[in-house]
Design a protein around this ligand. Sequence first.
Ligand SMILES: NC(=O)c1ccc[n+]([C@@H]2O[C@H](COP(=O)([O-])OP(=O)(O)OC[C@H]3O[C@@H](n4cnc5c(N)ncnc54)[C@H](OP(=O)(O)O)[C@@H]3O)[C@@H](O)[C@H]2O)c1
Length: 238
Amino acid sequence: MDDTKIALVTGANKGIGFEVARLLGRAGVTVLLGARDPGRGAEAAERLRADGLPATPVRLDVTDPASVTEAAKRIEDGYGRLDILVNNAGIMTGWGRPSELSVDDLRQAYETNVFGVVAVTNAMLPLLRRGSAARIVNVSSSMGSLTRMAAPESGIPMMTYSSSKAALNGLTVAYAAELREADIKVNSADPGYCATDLNQHTGPRDPADGAAVVVRLALLDPDGPSGTFEGDTGPVPW
Ligand SMILES: NC(=O)c1ccc[n+]([C@@H]2O[C@H](COP(=O)([O-])OP(=O)(O)OC[C@H]3O[C@@H](n4cnc5c(N)ncnc54)[C@H](OP(=O)(O)O)[C@@H]3O)[C@@H](O)[C@H]2O)c1
């Protein structure tokens, strides 16, 4: 088997996902850039290729089951396996106090941030099982830390986004437990508060800095951890 690693990054056409793709490319990984808009995906892949990095766009809307199936088939036909899956695609919706939010507000956030991750992970698992010591990284947030949400100084949590990321962390722990025997490590990453479209560029960090912890977990050594939640400086409290 060719030992060049193959990675799929969802929502890789911009922001932290794009920087994850760039860093993985620099580490010698062949990167498949998941993007729901084919034009934006092609443009992002072209930017990486212009820098000499091997990148290919894959149309992938994580909320669209047909698109997820099609992406898995394309990867199967083209590469036959996957070594790294970065579940990065995410949205921040549903502002307001918990009592002002509707079930639909939560459903919308969960469709992408939680259900989309399950759909993509389950579709890619047969390919990841064929990969060499595969890694799955779920891009979470410290806003999904229940410990931080419960701290009095945190005020009222942003219920839609925060609870969706707490649920995502639950997925990390569950998949890590199931996949331990398959030697597939599954971890949550907290990129920190980065300037991206998600937050109208209010974050103080560069998205490339946020991408670093994601890439570290994507390239973990065999003795690295699984079922953890990590940021730049180490573990983030659940
Ligand atoms: N920025 C921060 O401070 C911060 C902090 C902690 C965690 N995070 C997490 O980091 C991840 C990346 O966020 P970001 O800050 O880089 O935001 P961003 O710049 O808005 O990028 C989000 C990416 O997700 C894609 N996406 C959204 N819905 C999708 C769907 N249904 N299917 C496929 N792709 C979809 C977007 O595609 P389009 O271009 O088509 O919209 C875009 O590529 C998210 O999971 C976010 O929750 C961000």
